[in-house]
Design a protein around this ligand. Sequence first.
Ligand code: PLP
Length: 456
Amino acid sequence: MNAVLSNHDLKKLDDAHHLHPFTDFKELSAQGGSRLITRGEGCWIEDDSGNRILDAMAGLWCVNVGYGRKELAEAGYRQMLDLSFYNTFFKTTTGPAALLSAKLAEITPAGFNKVFFANSGSEANDTIVRMVRHYWNLKGKPSKKTFISRTHGYHGTTMASTSLGGMSVMHGQGDLPLPGFVHVMPPYPFDLANGMEPEAFGRLAARMVEEKILELGAENVAAFIGEPIQGAGGVIIPPDSYWPEINRICREHDILLIADEVICGFGRLGHWFGSQRFGIEADFMTLAKGITSGYVPLSAVMVGDRVAETLIEEGGEFYHGFTYSGHPVACAVALANIAVIESENLVERTRTDIGPYLRAKLEEALDGHPIVGEIRSEGLIGAIEIVKDRKTRERFPGGGKVGLMARDHCFRNNVILRGIRDSLVFSPPLTLSHGEADEIARLAKLSLDQTARDLG
Ligand code: PLP
């Protein structure tokens, strides 16, 4: 809270000086600037007009334990007093960095025992690109340099992580992707299966990766990267057949496999990691967001044993790192956050209780809704597809405008769901109560009713 300036003044300052991410600067200013968020508690945030808003997106898919948790605040406060900063370069470490490394090795799948810290998902993915290239050089296979990923994939916004991502609008700015980054079809049954049975479609989508490897030559392909469930691309949930086939393809063609767990990690799918849900046998995992529930920035690269051994035994000094790699305050907050997830059983609760409950409530509220083509979810992440024709799945014209209309209605109704193309997606805190799930379903229906009415 600012004791001197009014919220109105703060908004004016923001409008005058703040360039917001993923925002049309001119349009925002023309609309009178941003909505000011002033508080957060549990699954709710509050804006400057005193509106209480149910945050069914957990911020940016990250506030897994909910807002305003004393346990995390106190851990950060105590650590700042004890040792506010020390780096992990030059053969030093800190207690929280050591403890968090061990904790991550404990909770991640078998075969992950080493971690490299960064500050954001983007930085972690850039770190992986550097490690992968270094690895193949050490292995005497310097031609293995190309990364394969998927259309609608999202891996961050640095030059390399934007290149890894499959978002054409992002590539359009800054002449991306960089050379050596190629994209294949995502496992998106709703849009692409064309009536094909989902498991067969999952195998087909995986084989697109194999086709690309054969086209490029396996001797030129370094790694495949994918989110277990593609989040920002529209919560694309692959059929169960997809990832086992990807495992096989990567193994057979000697391609490293990277699971970008930035959204799926830390309980979101009702498992600690998406890799466990889908049986992904990855060489790297990217962790961020839910690692601290977004209270402070932190990310981590989990390096699988096979790659770690080469980097350690043969790599020499790795000339890479960030001033804040393993920041003690961030690590202390992450430890407190993981302790909350464990003590409140949030992973199991997401899988067996609140995840299925929210899904059932949405299905009940939206049963037969004229513009809803599908509701899909896994744990506490999901999407509602908006269509013109429920039977044929024909979309509305406008390429995503209807999704934004629905999103805006949600906003006015004081619930945050995100519009991605013509879908509404959700990813609430894992602490969501049954009453709050009822409220999400009620407000999603209200917003979709209003959208349908606007469309006439
Ligand atoms: N990877 C995935 C799967 C993400 O969803 C995101 C962000 O949404 C990132 C990477 C990038 O993380 P950051 O915004 O922390 O750089």
